[in-house]
Design a binder for this molecule. Structure first.
Ligand code: B3K
Ligand code: ZN
Length: 872
């Protein structure tokens, strides 16, 4: 396998200005004819060859300006077709034969669940036709699709429908033209028998856009929420960034077989059905929120990704980090900002921090890759979004908006780099981001240690910050980063203290943003009468690990009094983590466990708080996951963490039984399901109460909640709790749920996941037998993620069983997927990435499985990259 390096990047020698495609789809083969209008770049050297990528294509014919090329006039070696010394401007026409009907990789053109569809990002277009398949080659596309009319009545591609008609033999065709030039990764086409749900949106400038959602006929009643979410996204981008939609039609196609969440193809998004289909009986509140977020995300790509695109794949975060930031802001504006922030940070800590501390650690702008698909990571996406958020913090909302305006004005229609975005932000705002650029090149989560000193005599309070960016593979001795610290100080009555820095003459504000930019620096506040409690990194103002010496009492104080909702939650998380990890150490020494009464009282106060947002209460009372706790330990103690965390949950359940019960009752709803913020908050808190109550109540109590649930949120909350109870009710609930939902593949994913996450003994054996279930399909990524992904990533106690059977299950799955779907195989293989963090016995077991995978014949490049980096 070869590695591609950022430092080797060069602009293309040839551009393809026009692309005329004909795809003739048949049951057992598809013919693709492509006529490419090629033009040599004025900067290209004399006599350079044109290189075209092609993967698994049967070349039928090749012509240059209408003349058939003979053998010596081109070469086809491996995956590259070369035209030596190509002319300055010409039309190249190739005809290839491909086999979407047997393509299980779900890249390029593939056939799944009765529909032909495409996925081209990152390098899938080369599976459709020979092409310089790189994002800096941009052209105008015209695409004709033909297929049997009875079986595939719907024929789609990007842009506008310009022609359609009948063909002989019961076939028909449709021709689509995209007026905007684009890179090949944004190409899409679809042929299938799908229902279409329509709506319209009128843009700020008064243009009417037709919105068309294509789904399986049986799902036609589940598009309403996605359509509403799209309309909200379109309005939000106009209002927030002044960006309007630019075509007359916006199409979304939903499929059950998709490697990712969704894909932003120009004017023709393809979505994993999970992010389109919802109604209260089948989708949870989380699903409703996920749909709103992903619909928004793909829509926002129209400007950040499509109109302004990437010059090479190393710049992926330019579109993904920015677009995640935009979808986060959108969701915050549609719902509760604090709740959204907490959910995002929980996710970041769970996946990105772990990635940044492991063998795959890479900067948000990676420097090399073997398989680009491996770099659609939490780092590029979610840390990338945090980097954009820090720019927003330094520039302020107005400066940021000016920067966005300038970025779009300068680069609309072109393929650019992260540097172009930073430069636009600097030029528009006048803020110097030179040191800040290190966030793009340095990997690893910075550790910021804070110490404090109070001088009562002079009323001075000093905070000292020291930062260390840890070494990561290929990167040592890093430089200090520029880090924003949004902060405040709380007086002993909980009131905020004025923040006047030494040397300032007027009274300072109650909150401010400090900027760190060296290894060690101090900030002294004057006029501080009594020792305050610091509230630092409010709203998680930087993606760092904060180390403080806050005491239990101070954390409890912050939990109750901080004016920043995020930090109230974070103080609680810190408190739980300190407590549980302290207990892990006590368990090791054989000491008995006891939970601090102050902590119990703090939980009680939060739980019964009369005015707090119920979603925030629920978040505050959710203990950190076993995975997250493990990440905080040098050597992860799987059993100790499980035992200590269970002890804390059980103790809180018993001690506050009456409160859990009364809050549970108070959260019961009257009236029909509504997916609004307040109703969701109630259901969330009710579900949490139920999980605590299940520790003190009988299975019949939870069964009752299950049986009386009137929507999927409540039903799944009860099922998830029941499945962990070692009782006959548990099996009964699983059977009833399956019986009720066996026709709905998305709901069955929840059924698989609930069982994969169970604490019950024998969970691994159950997961293994579910892989043989008729509704499980290893070719379907949603099924693989729902069952095996959930088990390996979110059920550490069972996955890390000391007999190594969990590791076998994962290794066998990776090896099976290696030939079926290499992208998903590589994703799954990263389940071993943390192997060096465990005890010697488990390390040995995991290493042996990694080696077994590495020794597999015909190992896909992507899997090779993950396992060889893990073993290095
Ligand atoms: N850009 C796509 C991801 C494509 C995944 C390629 N392996 C979805 C998104 O981020 O919007
Ligand atoms: Zn994206």
């Amino acid at each position: 396998p070869v590695e591609t390096h950022l430092k080797d990047y060069k602009r293309p020698d040839f551009n393809v200005e026009t692309v005329e495609l004909h795809a003739d789809i048949f049951e057992t083969e598809t013919f693709v004819t492509a006529s490419l209008g090629v033009r040599k770049s004025p900067e290209a050297a004399d006599g350079v060859s044109l290189l075209l990528d092609g993967r698994e294509l049967d070349l039928v014919s090749i012509e240059l300006d209408g003349r058939v090329l003979t053998d010596g006039e081109y070469t086809l070696e491996g995956e590259v077709l070369t035209l030596p010394a190509a002319p300055d401007a010409f039309v190249l026409t190739t005809k290839v034969k491909i086999h979407p009907e047997t393509n299980t990789s779900l890249e390029g053109l593939y056939f799944a669940d009765g529909t032909f569809l495409t996925q081209c990002e990152a390098e899938g277009f080369r599976r459709i036709t020979f092409f310089p398949d790189r994002p800096d080659v941009m052209g105008s596309y015209r695409c004709t699709v033909s297929a049997d009319k009875g079986t595939y009545p719907v024929l789609l591609a990007n842009g506008n429908l310009v022609d359609e008609g009948e063909l002989s033999g019961g076939r028909h065709f449709a021709t689509w033209e995209d007026p905007h030039k684009k890179p090949s990764y944004l190409f899409a086409m679809v042929a299938g028998d799908l229902a279409c749900r329509e709506d319209t949106f009128t843009t700020a400038s008064g243009r009417e856009v037709a919105l068309k959602f294509y789904v399986d006929h049986q799902d036609a009643d589940k598009c309403g929420h996605a359509i509403e979410s799209l309309k909200k996204s379109m309005a939000w981008d106009e209002k927030t960034f002044g960006l309007e939609y630019d075509l007359d039609t916006y199409m979304v196609v939903a499929t059950h077989s998709f490697n990712a969440g969704a894909m932003e193809n120009k004017g023709l998004n393809v979505f994993n059905s999970k992010y389109v289909l919802a109604k209260p009986e089948t989708a949870t509140d989380m699903d409703f929120q996920g749909i709103e977020g992903v619909i928004g995300h793909e829509y926002f790509h129209n400007w950040t990704g499509n109109r302004v695109t990437l010059c090479n794949w190393f710049q992926l975060s330019l579109k993904e980090g920015l677009t995640v930031f935009r979808d986060q802001e959108f969701s915050s504006d549609m719902g509760s900002r604090a709740v959204k922030r907490i959910a995002d940070v929980r996710g970041l800590r769970a996946s990105q921090f772990a990635e940044d501390a492991g063998p795959m650690a890479h900067p948000i702008r990676p420097e090399s890759y073997i398989e680009m698909n491996n770099f659609y990571t939490a780092t590029v996406y979610n840390k990338g979004a945090e980097v954009i958020r820090m720019i927003h913090t330094f520039l302020g909302p107005e400066g940021f908006r000016k920067g966005m305006d300038l970025y779009v004005a300068r680069h609309d229609g072109s393929a650019v780099a992260c540097e172009d975005f930073i430069a636009a932000m600097e030029d528009a705002s006048g803020v110097d981001l030179s040191r800040f650029r290190l966030w793009y090149s340095q990997a690893g989560t910075p550790k910021v240690t804070v110490t404090r000193a109070f001088d009562a005599e002079t009323s001075r309070y000093t905070l000292t910050f020291s930062q260390k960016v840890p070494d990561t593979p290929g990167q040592a001795n890093k430089k200090a980063m520029q880090i924003p610290v949004r902060m405040g100080l709380l007086g002993d009555d909980g009131a905020p203290v004025s923040l006047t820095l030494e040397g300032e003459t007027s009274l300072g504000p109650l909150e401010r943003v400090l900027s760190l930019s060296s290894d060690l620096e101090s900030f002294t506040f004057t006029g501080v009468e009594k020792e305050p409690v610091p509230s630092l990194f409010r709203g998680f103002s930087a993606p760092i690990n904060q180390v403080t010496d806050l005491t239990e009492a101070e954390l409890i104080f912050l939990m109750a009094h901080d004016t920043d909702s995020f930090n109230r939650w974070d103080a609680a998380q810190q408190l739980y983590a300190n407590t549980i990890l302290g207990m892990v150490a006590e368990l090791k020494k054989g000491e008995p466990l006891a939970l601090s009464t102050d902590l119990v009282a703090a939980v009680q106060t939060t739980l019964t708080h009369p005015t707090l947002d119920k979603a925030l209460i629920a978040q505050a009372l959710t203990l950190p996951s076993e995975t997250e706790l493990g990440d905080r330990m040098a050597e992860i103690d799987v059993d100790g963490i499980h035992a200590a965390r269970e002890f804390v949950a059980d103790t809180l359940a018993v001690a506050l039984k009456e409160s859990w019960r009364s809050v549970y009752e108070a959260c019961k709803e009257v009236g029909p399901y509504r997916p609004d913020t307040q109703s969701m908050a109630k259901r969330r808190l009710k579900g949490l109460c139920l999980s605590y109550l299940s520790r003190v109540e009988s299975p019949a109590f939870v069964m009752d909640a299950f049986a009386s649930a009137a929507n999927m949120t409540d039903e799944l909350a009860a099922l998830t709790v029941l499945v962990g109870m070692d009782s006959p009710e548990s099996d009964e609930a699983m059977d009833r749920f399956y019986g009720a939902w066996k026709g709905d593949t998305l709901v069955l994913d929840k059924w698989f996941t609930a069982q994969a996450l169970s604490n019950r003994p024998g969970t691994l054996e159950r997961v293994a037998s579910l892989m043989e279930h008729p509704d499980f399909d290893i070719k379907n990524p949603n099924k693989v993620r729902a069952l095996i992904g959930a088990f390996c990533q979110a059920n550490p106690w069972h996955f890390h069983r000391l007999d190594g059977k969990g590791y076998d299950l994962l290794a066998d799955t990776v090896i099976a997927l290696n030939t079926i779907n290499p992208s998903i195989a590589a994703r799954m293989a990263s389940g071993f990435n943390r192997w060096k963090r465990y005890d010697e016995k488990r390390q040995g077991l995991m290493k042996a499985r990694l080696e077994r995978i590495k020794g597999t014949e015909n190992l896909a490049n992507g899997v090779f990259e993950i396992v060889s980096k893990a073993l290095a």
